[in-house]
Design a protein around this ligand. Sequence first.
Ligand code: SAH
Length: 375
Amino acid sequence: MGSVMTSLPLVFDAPRRGRPPTHLADLDADGRRSAVTDLGLPAFRADQLARQYFGRFVGDPAAMTDLPAAAREQLAGALLPPLLTEVRSVATDEGTTRKTLWRLHDGALVESVLMRYPARAGSKERITVCISSQAGCGMACPFCATGQGGLTRNLSTAEIVDQVRAAAQVAASAELGGAPGRLSNVVFMGMGEPLANYGRVVAALRRLVDPAPNGFGLSRRSITVSTVGLVPAIGRLADENLDVTLAVSLHAPDDELRDTLVPVNTRWKVAEVLEAADAYAARTGRRYSIEYAMIRGVNDHPWRADLLGDLLAPRLAHVNLIPLNPTPGSPWDASPKAVEREFVRRLEAHDVPVTVRDTRGREIDGACGQLAATP
Ligand code: SAH
């Protein structure tokens, strides 16, 4: 079958390219203070900067008016280099879904997607940003546009964090279809495999959960790290005491099929991935998510639903079915609705909680698996 079936190599180590300049968001509190005192400025200026950045989502030094102009210039040069340049933003769903294409210092491109979900009976308004952890991805999943484009490089901690800051700033303005809101959720489901960029992603997670002025103070459970299943890294993440939510992109309950849909399965099998996720859930005491793209005639068979149900029934897991989003050159489509309903029914018959993801942003190529960052 066409080009999407020819398998790309798995790439774990990102190409080494010119490092992005150091930024405030790369540093912890001590690092920030010593960077500021190295400039010959008093250490409290570091806290002032951090309060602007993490507490008020200000990224542009010119807007930090509580700092004296001379110090501002010096600090900006050393600690607030522009990392993300907006190439364009496109909106859909009456302005409540917004995809932004960013250019990085070396020309690499990444995307992030901001989504606002209105309050419903029993649930508060949610504003979620889906962010990228790498430019491109080395995991080579054949149904994912990012995976088919290969890996360009890892993002720095600050390049990851600044996507969240920019999103929080937009949420707090009136630019996201309605009254000013508050960013509530962050999902590492944009471009890249977060656990293949482990150290920088973990540092970014600390900036997201630490209270201001050290971070944005987001709730741990409202942050989700999604992985193809890098088993050793899932174990390490459990030991970080971060207690963020884990999602595993499974897409098949059997190794034979998963070897082809999620090529990293040739290293770590379904059983190993689920055991690692179980250990993670045992630590946090909360369910993990299983991501499952419904691909017509490929992974949507009733017997696979039963097999998945058998595997997950004894586990602290929740299934998120994602109707397959179209990607360029792919011969695959989403499962018919009736097939999807039967899949859901069988999982529920096994007492496995399941939801079907509302695929926001398809019209702007901003849905799961569609991020490819073409300028
Ligand atoms: N690399 C990580 C983070 C990306 S998350 C991971 O794979 O988990 C993006 C999610 O969208 C993953 O669950 C991925 O498998 C899924 N996805 C990729 N391509 C898709 C497509 N064409 N349609 C629906 N979901 C897709």
